[in-house]
Ligand binder design. Structure first.
Ligand SMILES: *Cc1c(COP(=O)(O)O)cnc(C)c1O
Length: 345
């Protein structure tokens, strides 16, 4: 079998959720958008619900609708994109909670589903989603009279604790919710780490659950083992892969493994990338191709069937550094061809 195995440690995800929960005195939700950052929302959310999570956050109404089938009733599912045209039936039938982003969405919601739950998303400076202070002032009384389940905003720079934007957004949010008698939320993973003033009534971490920065104390969650399809010995001066990008400087042993950029192993990380053969670091040799990668295993002992790209030796943030991106993008790029194996259940 040439298919690589992505092991997802559900116990580690739950431990990370508990660890983040311990850092605040308030309810800790769980952000499971984009299929739980590529790790499989059904299994991840069920495990988190068993661990005690009661509020889940997704980006799209469709994601919320799918999640409802796996979580059953009695769990709050919030939708960041709010109440979009065409979403009314899903929201109403499945009891999803749209986070209303504009006056238009507010009107759509109360007209189509009077009395149905909703939350409010405010823009405190990121200028991505949510009502601006002026808009909010105009609908605030009407919205509050309908009893929103949550009033939230999102931080743009929470991964940089000393960034002036954090205090600025905190101030803007605090002004907008002054006198508001509803539950409030500002913090994702980065905001949890900023401390109590940022916690309000609920936090909604995502990346920290999945073992990514900025939650440095996270337990590793993913392990990616890629089968060796073929090995060969090459002489000094022989090349490996497209463009002859690797030229052997010594007699070398090369393993060809069965994943590539079509599986989310970004081609751009190539020159800096390495894998592990048990505990020996083995560098990528030449360019990453679509389904295959050459690896210089000269220094490794014989006999391994697979090489490890992700695990306790190196994290999604290590791979992100090689390719000039963030752990979030590495996680959500992990491909559909891996065999996903859930452990720790
Ligand atoms: C993605 C997202 C989160 C979770 O963010 P992390 O940095 O992954 O913890 C929380 N709130 C909003 C609005 C988001 O878009």
């Amino acid at each position: 079998m040439a298919q690589a195995t992505l092991s997802i440690d559900l116990a580690a995800i739950c431990n990370n959720w508990r660890a983040l929960d311990k850092l605040s005195a308030v309810e800790t939700g769980a952000c499971v958008k984009a299929d739980a950052y590529g790790l499989g929302a059904p299994r991840v959310a069920r495990a988190l619900a068993q661990a005690g999570a009661r509020s889940f956050f997704v980006a799209l109404t469709e994601e919320g609708a799918a999640l409802r089938q796996h979580l059953g009733d009695g769990i709050d599912i919030y939708v960041f994109s709010g109440h979009m045209k065409g979403d009314t039936d899903m929201i109403g039938d499945l009891g999803l909670i749209p986070l209303i982003n504009s006056v238009d969405q507010m009107l759509r919601h109360v007209e189509a589903l009077p009395g149905a739950p909703f939350g409010i998303q405010l823009d405190s400076g990121m200028n991505r989603l949510g009502m601006e202070p002026g808009e909010w002032a105009a609908v605030r009384d009407i919205a509050l009279s309908q009893g929103p389940r949550l009033v939230m905003s999102h931080l743009a720079c929470a991964d940089e604790p000393n960034h002036a934007m954090n205090a600025m957004q905190h101030r803007a949010f605090s002004e907008m919710i002054d006198g508001v008698n509803a539950r409030r939320s500002l913090a994702a993973t980065g905001g949890v780490l900023l401390g109590a003033p940022y916690h309000f009534d609920m936090t909604r971490p995502g990346i920290g659950l999945y073992g990514g920065m900025p939650f440095a104390d996270a337990q590793p969650v993913v392990k990616l083992d890629i089968p060796i399809i073929q090995t060969r010995d090459i002489d000094i001066g022989e090349s490996v892969g497209y463009g002859n990008a690797f030229i052997a400087q010594r007699p070398s042993r090369i393993a060809t493994i069965g994943s590539g950029y079509a599986d989310g192993i970004l081609r751009a990380m190539g020159p800096k990338a390495a894998l592990f053969c048990n505990d020996t670091r083995v560098p990528v040799a030449g360019r990453i191709s679509m389904d295959l990668i050459g690896v210089d295993i000269t220094d490794a002992s014989e006999g391994a069937d697979t090489l490890e790209l992700l695990g306790h030796h190196q994290s999604v943030d290590t791979l992100a550094e090689w390719s000039g991106t963030i752990g979030y993008e590495i996680l959500t790029s992990l491909g559909a061809r891996y065999k996903r194996r859930y452990v720790g259940v």
